[in-house]
Every structure is written in C-alpha cells, then in structure tokens.
Design a protein around this ligand. Sequence first.
Ligand SMILES: C[S@@+](CC[C@H](N)C(=O)[O-])C[C@H]1O[C@@H](n2cnc3c(N)ncnc32)[C@H](O)[C@@H]1O
Length: 258
Amino acid sequence: MAYEFPYDDWADIYDAVYADLTHDLAFYAGLARENGGPALELGCGTGRVSLAMAAEGAAVTGIDVSPRMIAAAQAKAANRGLAERCVFQTGDMAHLQLAERFPLAVMPFRSFQSMLTVEEQRGALLSARGRLTPGGTLALDTFNPDARSLADDNMASQPHHLRDVERAGGGTIIVWGQNGWDPVTQINDVRLIIEEVSDEGVVERRLVRDFEQRYTFRYEMEHLLELCGFDLQAVYGGFDGGPVTEDAEDLVWVARAE
Ligand SMILES: C[S@@+](CC[C@H](N)C(=O)[O-])C[C@H]1O[C@@H](n2cnc3c(N)ncnc32)[C@H](O)[C@@H]1O
C-alpha cells in the first residue's frame, strides 16, 4: 500500500477536536448491540466509534490507513480496559486484506468520502461486501451534498466557524473551515483552521489541516451500493432515523450484503 493520505498529521489533534462527538454513537453502538456478533470498522481513526461498539460487548476490528491513528486507538482501548475485545490494525479499505468475516461492517463519520476515485469507492464497498457474512449489514454515513453552501463557503471567502471545543487544561479550541468545492469532480478541498485559545483570549496555537473529500449524491450512492452487491435497507436524513430532507446534514445508509 502506498501511504500518501494526510490523516497521519491529524492523529495528535484529532481527539482534541472530535473525541467529544457523540451524535452518531447510539446509532452505531445500537447496531453492534442488536447484531450481537463481531463488528468491523473501516476508517476507524482513533477508535471513537469502535470503542463505543466494544463497550456494548462487541468484538471489534478497526482498520485505518494511518499508523498514528491506529496507535492512538490501541492506547485508548488499553486505557478503557477494552483491549481484549479490540483489534486495531493499519490497512487500506479500498484494498483490504483480511480473512475474517463479520455480520456487521461500518464506515462512520464520512470515512467513505476519503475515497476520491470511483475505483477507490468501489474498492471500499467491495472490501466491506467481501468481509460480510451472507445477509450481513453495512452501515455508513456521508455528507448530504449541498452544492450551494459548498460553493458559498469557497476558499475565496472568509473561513466559516464550525465548532468550539473545550480544551483539556483550560481554554477553547475553535475550528474554522474553508471549502474548495469542485462541482466537476465532486471533490471538496477542505481546509480546517484549528485555533487553541487561552481563557484570556490569546491564540496560543494555530494549525492548518488540508484534506479532500469526495461527495456522492443520494441516487449515485444507491447505484454504487447496488453495483457492489448490496441491497439498500434504508437511507435516513440523520442518526435519528428521520427522512432525507433538503436540510439534512448527513445521509445515513444501511444496506445488506446480498
Ligand atoms: C473523519 S475520520 C473518521 C474516524 C472515525 N471513524 C470516527 O468516527 O471518529 C476518517 C478516517 O478514515 C481514515 N481513512 C482515510 N482513507 C482511508 C483508507 N483508504 N483506508 C482506511 N482508512 C482510511 C482516516 O485515516 C481517518 O482516520
């Protein structure tokens, strides 16, 4: 595997920015609980979702292309007493080498959007399909593409505020985003600007992280799933299981291996 993905740079700051996110945990951990068997997470990062599934009793295998993300996930599993239930290993979800099969595979928090070509998209879905037992479930989420707002927030404009997170040890982490949306490739050149601000309002550190995400429109994704051997069970406009609406930020997909 030629490792070129920029996420390794993220490993030291990822948890400071995202570990507090819980909006999707009940959904994925609930699937693991209902499923009752082992679960596979593709693009597991530092284990935010894998560990929530393991806490429900599932034996979890987490795969990520970034060795530093995997090291962080292993450390967190050990800290939480979940190491025996978790295997974290590096791997490329578009070219997955793994013998084991699972009744449940997940790709939470838009990991699938790191697949930037149709070959990679198909590779990731076929990898998941090949690792599922017959009738097994694939669940993932993607951004619901809103081409207008992607274009409005373009790089040429000012960064837009994304979120504030409490900083461990005091102060705030403020996350800003800028988009470089290309409507032809459906790839967004994302720039995140992460500011660590003290309680006195002094910006103590400013990090810039650039990465790309490919967007799939709803029916494009439906075709991709079918092409890769899945029977679509549901697409929701969020983790509460509501319908897809224009305002929905996330598309949440549940499909069964045919
Ligand atoms: C937005 S993060 C999501 C992490 C985790 N699922 C979560 O919910 O916190 C996307 C993850 O996908 C991983 N990733 C990107 N391309 C990948 C690939 N080809 N194979 C495996 N993992 C990949 C990145 O390293 C990153 O950790």
